[in-house]
Design a protein around this ligand. Structure first.
Ligand SMILES: C[S@@+](CC[C@H](N)C(=O)[O-])C[C@H]1O[C@@H](n2cnc3c(N)ncnc32)[C@H](O)[C@@H]1O
Length: 284
């Protein structure tokens, strides 16, 4: 099924994309367009948009404007599969504490989260993604936006070492395995209920091996329970979905002894009132 404006759009997606534009309550809003200009006009302007400067100036960018960096087929699935701008900026605040932080995005798709997060914090965000076409789209989008600290690895979770990271982001990456065929992204990779269970188990192992102090943010969860040793720090329930922050506060030494991180975990209302990065620097 096609629409006059978006020949590759899939049913329902055009409406959803419009919803994203309305949802973004940032100061920048949509760039004015000349009468009759199509959204694709941005592709000609893209190399000139410096995203870090734009975010520093306006605090935000609309989903519609951000997504125009992508080819139509990647843009069409944005409202279902890529983190909305406002959520990405908030998750980035919770995950990064200083420009030296390294954050892993498990299942980075077209890189929307990593690019926004890197541009807004200056920290390094590394995405691992199983579909090569999305890795290519992510690298191209980062180049066009002038974001050098978002990097993308093609592969599954085996391709990265969690010990190289201070924090991990998961936007419900495995649930597509459970969806009916028409709702899936494509047939490029094997998807099944068996794979869902295996990937959730692997993600839990990855989180279990992470260093003490590792922060984890999930958006819509990740399909499983957090492994033992993680403390819930913050839960934000918004109309766009659930955002949860966890910190690994307990692990076992090589000798098998339990080691606990001394973190003064605040009550969530206190985190709400304070600026999260400041909280991160002073308390952890
Ligand atoms: C919901 S999208 C999230 C994309 C991105 N994190 C964002 O927020 O914009 C989930 C992505 O995870 C990828 N994915 C799922 N299972 C994966 C795995 N085991 N290894 C690597 N990527 C995976 C999918 O291909 C899809 O692109």
């Amino acid at each position: 099924m096609t629409t006059p404006h978006d020949p590759e759009a899939i049913p329902g997606k055009t409406v959803a994309l419009t919803r994203h534009a309305r949802d973004c309550e940032c100061r920048g809003g949509d760039r004015p367009r000349a009468a009759g200009a199509s959204h694709c006009a941005y592709e000609r302007l893209a190399p000139y948009l410096d995203l870090p400067s734009r975010l520093a100036r306006d605090g935000c960018i609309s989903d519609l404007e951000f997504d125009e960096v992508y080819p139509l087929a990647v843009r069409a699935v944005s409202s279902w599969f890529w983190t909305p701008v406002r959520v990405a900026l908030r998750a980035a605040q919770l995950l990064a504490f200083g420009a030296r932080s390294r954050v892993l995005d498990v299942g980075s798709g077209a890189g929307k989260f990593c690019i926004l997060a890197a541009a807004s914090t200056g920290a390094t965000f590394v995405g691992v993604e199983q579909r090569e076409r999305f890795v290519r789209a992510a690298r191209e989008a980062a180049r066009r936006f002038g974001v050098t600290s978002a990097q993308f690895v093609h592969g599954t979770m085996d391709a990265v070492n969690v010990l190289d990271f201070d924090a991990v982001y998961l936007f419900n990456p495995f649930e597509e395995n459970l969806w009916q065929h028409e709702l899936r992204l494509d047939d490029e990779v094997e998807l099944s209920a068996k794979r869902f269970a295996a990937d959730v188990a692997q993600a839990r192992r990855l989180l279990s091996h992470a260093r003490l102090g590792t922060r984890v943010v999930t958006y819509h969860g990740f399909g499983g329970r957090m492994p033992v040793g993680y403390s819930p720090v913050l839960q934000e329930r918004t109309r766009l979905g659930d955002l949860d922050l966890w910190i690994k506060t307990q692990t076992h030494s090589e000798a098998g002894q339990s080691v606990r991180l001394c973190v003064d975990l605040p009550d969530p209302t206190e985190v709400e009132r304070t600026h999260p990065p400041a909280f991160c620097r002073t308390r952890v």
